[in-house]
Structures are given as C-alpha cells and as structure tokens.
Design a protein around this ligand. Structure first.
Ligand code: UDP
Length: 480
C-alpha cells in the first residue's frame, strides 16, 4: 500500500440497499481518484446475490473488504420496532466491533465515512486521529430535511402529517406533511427519535456530508445547504454532491433476453415500464385497478408483477403467468387481461433487468415507486416518470421529480394511503405517453440525463465536488 496515499474506511450497514451504495462510492474513489479504500461491511448473512455483488463491485486492488458479523441486539428491541429502529440499534451495538477492526488495521485509515445508520461510530475516528464524514446515498432535499428536523421538532406541534400548512425548511420547496419520510410519520415512535438523532449526528459528529446527487438534479436544496445565509449557519458542515453513482446492471435471475427481444419489436418511446423496486408490492385491489388502468389506456406496457402484499399468490399460478404467457392467470388480474393485452403488454413475474430496459429505445415512460436508484436509472435512460411512491423517503423523492424538476406526473392521492383508481391511472398513462405534457417531460429528462453524465466527467460538478472533498482530506492528512 502506498503510504502517502489517502486511505478511507467506509462503514456499511447490512442489506443490499445499504451495501451497494457504499460499494459504488468505494469504486469511484478507487477507480477515478486512485485512493485506498477499506469497506467495513456489517453483515447479517451474505446471500449468493450479495456475494456476487461484493466480488463484481470490488474489482480494484485498491479496495479491501472487511466483513463484520452483526452483534446480538434483539434484547434491546421492542416487539413493534420498525426496520429503521432495528438497524439503528444494531449499528450502535456494532460500534465496538468496528472499533476493533479499525484498531487492528496494519495501516490506519485517514478518514472514516459512516452510512446513514452508522453515525454513532463516528467518535471512533476521534480516538484514532481520523477525519469523519457521512455518506447519504440520496438527494440533498432528504439530507436538508433530516438535518433540520431537530429544529422542526422544537417549533412544530402535533403530528406533521396532520398539518394543512406545509413544513418550512429555509431554502427548500416546502414539504407537505403527507410527503415526509416514513420515520417522521409518527412522532413519539422510536424510529422518529432515531431519525432526529441521525440528523443531529450529521452536523455534530461529522466533518461533512457526501450525497449521491448532482447539481442539476437538486439545485435548490444544494443551494440551501451550501450557500451562506440559508441553512448553512444551522447545519454547519460542508456538503459534497458526488453523484449520480449508479450501477450499470444488477445480478438478475433472468437473463432478460426475451424481455429485450420483446422491446425490440416496438417503436421508439412507445412502451411504459412498470415496476416497484426490488421488493415493492401493491394490494390485490390496487393491482387489479392498475391492470384496468393499463388496459384502458391502450398504451404498450411492460409490467414487473409481484404477488400482492395481502396474499393471493396461489400455488404457483402466479409464476406460470410468465413472459408472454396467456396461460393460467393470477387471481388478482382481471379475467382475460393477459389475453386482451397480449399484443401490446408483457407481464414479467417478479424481476426484470431494469437498467437494460430503461436504456432501451422503445421505453418512453416509467411508472416507478420512486426509489432513488430507480430515479437515477430512469434519468440516465432519459425516461420520464409516473411517480407512485410507496414508503421510506419516496414521497419526498416524488415531489422533487414533479414540483422541482417537472419530469414526472403523480396521482392526486398518496398511493400508500388511498387506492389509485383505474380512470386516474388511464389518464396519467395517456398523459405521459401521448400528450404534449409528456413530450415536454421527455425533453426535460433528456437534458437532465445529459447533465448527469457531464456531472461525473472531469471538471463536471460532481467530479469537482469529489475533488474538493479529497483535497480537504489530503490537506488535513498532511497537517496531522
Ligand atoms: N431492480 C431490478 N429489477 C427489478 C426490480 C428492481 O433490476 O425487477 C433494481 C433496480 O434497477 C434498482 C434496484 O433494484 O437498481 C431498486 O432500487 P431502488 O432504490 O429503486 O428501490 P428499493 O428496492 O431500494 O426500494
């Protein structure tokens, strides 16, 4: 190992959704900036897909991986604790093992970077004379709201979701109470307290925050975070927009050849891709309404269908309704749906090669649950969206796409709260795929796609921001 080179340690909490962004950041630091990176991955059990990812995304000899088994923590949980609370408690308990791992490293890293859930490990850096940062693999709007939450917590009374007036965070487009991230939905719940604590830790325990976003995606919130006089005096630390860091593909059980061949047969920008992320599902009734909406719209579609959240995946019937199949039909799709739509619709069970699909010339729209990876992939493929947020921070992401960027349309109701009816779905699909408004969005998203590419190029905004972060670390390293 080159002793003069900056060495960064990145902590990842368990689960693909947390590990992948950390691997992507590590890869960027190693392959584009030639720095040494050690990933401290707290793992529960590594699945074959995770193992494949770990090996495929750590090709560089500059990246070293240390796996840390998750500590016992169930004795600290209450029966109805959410995933957020569980993860936060687990990662707090893992701090001791993380400390031991750092202490045992033959060449101590200069910088410690925590993920969202491991900020309680940042004081380890002080002990070993390291610099300390947080990496948040999402946008600046989310970061600003999270870090400002402790102020809202003092100023606002009652539940945020019950408010008619939106929440005001200086410099941001106001946040509707109904659009807050899940942990903010119920004040008094333990996950709310964990979330407030995270935001406070970003400002009080770190030397700065890196985000997976770029200037043209998040202009307004980035200005609020970075420019003097808006949020900066409250949030104090420097911010670095270093994205979009996305993967080019994802290990997939399907090769996806049939799916791509199907797309090849359709005209440019004519197919709506419908998918709800790696695990998102709808209720049986909502699936039925969606099927009707797609059928009534008369548009071409490719739909990744999963068994509904409230059951109904009957004895394998679901899986036989495979690619192009008109065979036995899942009970939640309207009778005759597959047959009536077989010339213009494809139902893909469970999983599809999303990145390839979004980059296919035939795909002209994406009905998405607004997970940040899906949004980045859609923008990179220059595909406008129908925003159908389900959980987590997805409602906040949906407002970024609709209100700030104008590259998506959104149902009147909040889908997690109320069913979206077939008539509204039909209207949204037609509007995105064939109206002037849809065309305008397609033009805007093309520009945004270009800006994403440029941001990462040498002298692009994200490239420069990453260089600023690295120079600041190197300066401190030399003066230490
Ligand atoms: N994905 C995929 N095929 C599918 C469903 C999802 O390749 O059928 C990938 C998708 O490309 C994205 C990730 O899974 O990279 C989902 O991440 P996102 O942040 O959008 O949502 P999450 O699953 O974390 O809610």
């Amino acid at each position: 190992m080159d002793q003069d080179k900056l060495h960064l340690a990145l902590i990842s909490s368990p689960g693909m959704g947390h590990l992948v962004p950390v691997l992507l950041l590590a890869n960027r630091l190693a392959t584009h900036h030639h720095l040494h990176v050690t990933i401290l991955a707290v793992t529960t059990q590594t699945s074959p897909v995770e193992s494949h990812l770990l090996s495929s995304l750590t090709p560089s000899t500059l990246i070293h991986l240390i796996q840390i088994p998750s500590p016992p923590f169930s004795h600290l949980l209450l029966p109805d604790d959410s995933v957020v609370t569980r993860l936060a408690i687990m990662m707090r308990e893992a701090a001791r093992a993380i400390r031991s791992a750092v202490s045992a490293m033959p060449r101590r890293p200069h910088v410690l970077i925590s993920d969202l859930f491991s900020t309680d490990s940042l004081p380890i850096a002080d002990e070993f004379g390291m610099q300390k940062y947080v990496y948040v693999p999402t946008n600046a709007r989310f970061v600003a709201l999270t870090m400002y939450l402790h102020v809202l917590d003092k100023e606002v009374e009652g539940q945020y979701v019950d408010r008619v007036e939106p929440l005001v965070v200086p410099g941001l487009v106001p946040v509707r109470g109904k659009d807050v991230p899940d942990p903010m939905l119920e004040r008094g719940n333990r996950q709310y307290d964990e979330y407030v604590r995270m935001g406070v830790n970003f400002a009080n325990l770190s030397d700065g925050v890196l985000m997976n976003t770029w200037r043209d995606l998040d202009r307004r919130s980035l200005d609020a975070l970075k420019c003097d006089g808006i949020l900066r005096p409250v949030l104090k630390v420097p911010f670095y927009d270093v994205g979009p860091l996305t993967r080019d593909g994802y290990p997939t059980p399907l090769e996806g050849i049939e799916v791509i061949e199907w797309l090849d047969r359709h005209p440019v920008d004519s197919v709506l891709f419908v998918s709800f992320g790696s695990g998102g599902t709808l209720s049986g009734r909502q699936l039925t309404e969606l099927a009707w909406g797609l059928e009534l719209s008369g548009q071409r579609f490719m739909w990744v269908v999963r068994p509904p959240v409230d059951g109904n995946a009957k004895d394998g019937t679901f899986f036989t309704a495979g690619i192009g199949s008109t065979g036995p039909m899942p009970t939640f799709l309207p009778e005759g749906f597959l047959n009536r739509t077989k010339d213009r619709g494809l139902v893909v069970p469970l999983w599809a090669p999303q990145v390839k699909i979004l980059n296919h010339r035939s795909v002209g729209g994406f009905l998405t649950h607004c997970g940040m990876n899906s949004i980045h992939e859609s923008i990179r493929g220059a595909v406008p969206m129908i925003a159908w947020p389900l959980y987590s921070e997805q409602r906040l992401n949906a407002t970024l796409l609709t209100e700030e960027l104008g590259v998506a349309i959104r149902p009147e109701v909040i889908p997690a709260e109320e069913e979206v009816g077939r008539v509204e779905i039909e209207k949204m699909v037609r509007s995105l795929m064939e109206s002037q408004e849809g065309k305008r969005m397609r033009e805007k998203v093309k520009l945004l796609s270009l800006s994403a590419k440029k941001a990462l190029e040498i002298n692009g905004s994200s490239y420069k921001s990453m260089c600023e972060f690295i120079s600041s670390c190197e300066m401190k390293m030399k003066s230490a």
